[in-house]
Design a protein. Structure first.
Length: 156
């Protein structure tokens, strides 16, 4: 007689369930990584938005300051400011302006440079004659009469 041997059969359900669980765990971790990256990107976009708003504010402040400074530099406003502060100055003539290079020397070919050199030559000739300043003797304070010293220091 033939004996029945037990034949072990693996169920397809068991193999498929392990693969399904592994796929679910992988999808869960992928979803968690996606949410973390999404939160980080949202945080960065908010920071960028704040920085752009600040940049726009600073640019508008800069434009406002430049326009107000340009308005203050007009000749009429400069004259009014000089009068307001009691400074007796006038605008320079174009012939009085000397353009300088980076080393601090006047640029060649300017008419005002030639005029200045001519004037320096004249001043050197005039300044070469020696003028002795007068000196006046000053009396010591103790030598002054008492009435003069009192009236100079105290008021009645």
């Amino acid at each position: 007689m033939k004996r029945n041997k037990r034949v072990k059969k693996y169920s397809r359900c068991a193999v498929n369930s392990v693969n399904a669980v592994a796929l679910l765990v992988l999808m869960f971790f992928a979803m968690m990584v996606y949410w973390a990256q999404d939160a980080h990107c949202n945080e960065l976009s908010q920071e960028i938005g704040k920085a752009e708003k600040e940049l726009k504010k600073l640019e508008s402040d800069y434009e406002r300051e430049v326009s107000s400074w340009d308005e203050l530099k007009t000749p009429d406003n400069l004259r009014q400011a000089l009068i307001r502060h009691g400074i007796d100055m006038v605008q320079t003539n174009p012939g009085q302006v000397i353009n300088m290079n980076a080393s601090g020397k006047p640029m060649p070919g300017q008419m005002s440079v030639a005029r200045i050199r001519q004037r320096q030559g004249r001043v050197d000739r005039v300044a070469s004659s020696q003028v002795v300043p007068r000196t006046y003797p000053v009396a010591p304070r103790a030598a002054m009469p008492r009435t003069v010293r009192r009236s100079a220091t105290t008021r009645r």
